[in-house]
Ligand binder design. Sequence first.
Ligand code: GDP
Ligand code: MG
Length: 181
Amino acid sequence: MQNNHHKEHLYKILVIGDLGVGKTSIIKRYVHHNFSPNYRATIGVDFALKVLNWDQETVRLQLWDIAGQERFGNMTRVYYREAMGAFIVFDVTRLASFEAVTKWKEDLDSKLTLANGKHIATVLLANKCDQGRDVLTNNGIKMEQFCQENGFVGWFETSAKENINIDEAANCLVKHIIASE
Ligand code: GDP
Ligand code: MG
């Protein structure tokens, strides 16, 4: 007999941010449990599927990786369509990639709203934290405040290389998506 209580969720999750910040590496680490120091920027759109057991339910995360188009600093409405959550990634060793975060957030929010009129849950990833956090501290960047002011539901220092905080960040995103449904 079928278990009527078993629910399945499929969520489209965007992973955006400047070129070279580690988007592909984070997805590879999260889904395939590996890391390579030399990924090539492929052209097109890549997908990866991560399946989670969430309480009694199944959550499928369809992670959308942009490949090559990020140099334009924005995406199309069609690309963002029906996404339920997003990671915006920057590289803690490159201030410019942090400065681009607000631009990515504005692009996303201006092109995509949920049926209830709200913006999708977005988590900020400060990636390559294995390289130190001088850029954040030297520039007096207060991440908590930045997240509140810019509408992020949370932020994590991550390392795709050392496998730091990626599962935690994804769980945070899923938690917010489920709460908003
Ligand atoms: P993308 O353009 O945003 O998809 O970035 P990639 O995933 O291609 O990564 C760009 C470069 O940064 C590659 O050489 C990766 O090996 C490296 N990289 C990605 N994540 C990390 C990390 O957490 N730590 C370190 N040290 N290097 C990383
Ligand atoms: Mg990439």
